[in-house]
Design a protein around this ligand. Structure first.
Ligand code: IPE
Ligand code: IPE
Ligand code: MG
Length: 284
């Protein structure tokens, strides 16, 4: 099914269009998908049902990102620390991942999605690795949304392995310590090639990063919603994107400097914000 020709309500289409034309759409959105267990508990169901329902949110957010024009979407699907969970839950999550790729890969591919992973993927079961490798290979030349799954991912692990590689390259004489730059460090991380996330969303209300993209999120805008991941769907996503569009990213500068750099008058920006608010209200 083609996502770009899907029938959307006029309001939704206008909202997507406006988000795009404001130039205030984050290029890279990263999501800490949290709250599956609590969702299940609230519904009196086993935790795994929460993970299963969470997959429906994944489908919706991937599609909406692609339709709206977000270029990079990174989903924190399984952390290094999640290996400490009961083995039955870990096994279920692995099989869910397998079936997600199997079921979705054709549609992802048809819609130009390029799949990749970050994290210590060598720790994943062989069958999962095989499916992932095939899917990544198949979609490698696609030019639409880059969908990155963080699997067996921990930012400290990534930094540690990068430091080990850098130390080895120094020993081999390939790099000299005084020439090391921030860009070079980024090249050694499993996130290499991805732009830094502009926007980090965390669902379920927890106010922490849980070892996610610590280096890359240095200047990301953070958004936390109480919504549990299985309940987080496109309306919530639009709300988050509108919130992002309203923010001023200063990168250490003053507000006046940012306004001068941006070229857009404060008046135009506030008109756009009002428009976003209006449409968002309409599609609720
Ligand atoms: C997020 O939901 C999914 C993973 C971490 C794999 P949780 O399973 O952490 O849900 P809660 O936090 O227990 O509600
Ligand atoms: C973070 O969620 C990891 C993922 C969303 C995959 P957790 O539920 O594992 O985080 P903590 O342990 O509560 O910080
Ligand atoms: Mg959790």
């Amino acid at each position: 099914m083609s996502w770009s020709t899907e029938r959307l309500s006029d309001d939704e289409r206008t909202l997507q269009e406006t988000l795009r034309t404001t130039g205030r759409l984050p290029r890279h959105v990263a999501v800490i998908m949290d709250g599956n267990g609590r969702w299940a508990e609230h519904h009196g169901r086993p935790r795994i049902d929460g993970h299963r329902e969470g997959m429906e949110s994944v489908r919706d957010i991937v599609k909406t990102s692609s339709q709206t024009g977000v270029r990079f979407l990174t989903l924190y699907a399984f952390s290094m620390e999640n290996w400490k969970r009961p083995v039955t839950e870990v096994n279920f999550l692995m099989s869910l991942l397998e079936s997600y790729i199997e079921r979705e890969i054709d549609e992802l591919h048809d819609n130009g999605v390029r799949l990749r992973t970050i994290g210590k993927t060598s720790a994943l079961p062989k069958s999962v690795r095989r499916i992932l490798t095939n899917a990544i290979e198949r979609t490698r030349d696609n030019e639409g949304l880059t969908l990155t799954l963080a699997l067996s991912y921990g930012a400290r692990w990534d930094l540690l392995q990068a430091m080990q590689m850098i130390a080895l390259d120094v020993r081999r004489g390939k790099v000299s310590p005084e020439d090391l730059t921030e860009e070079m460090i980024s090249q050694y991380l499993t996130t290499q090639g991805l732009p830094d996330p502009d926007f980090v969303i965390r669902t379920s209300g927890e106010l922490r990063l849980s070892n996610f993209l610590l280096w890359e999120s240095a200047y990301a805008e953070i958004y936390v919603t109480e919504r549990l991941w299985p309940d987080f769907r496109r309306q919530d996503y639009y709300r988050a994107l509108c919130d992002y569009a309203r923010r001023e990213r200063r990168f250490g500068k003053t507000s006046a400097q940012v306004a001068a750099d941006g070229g857009k008058g404060a008046e135009g920006a506030s008109d756009q914000r009002t428009l976003l608010d209006k449409i968002l209200h309409a599609i609720r």
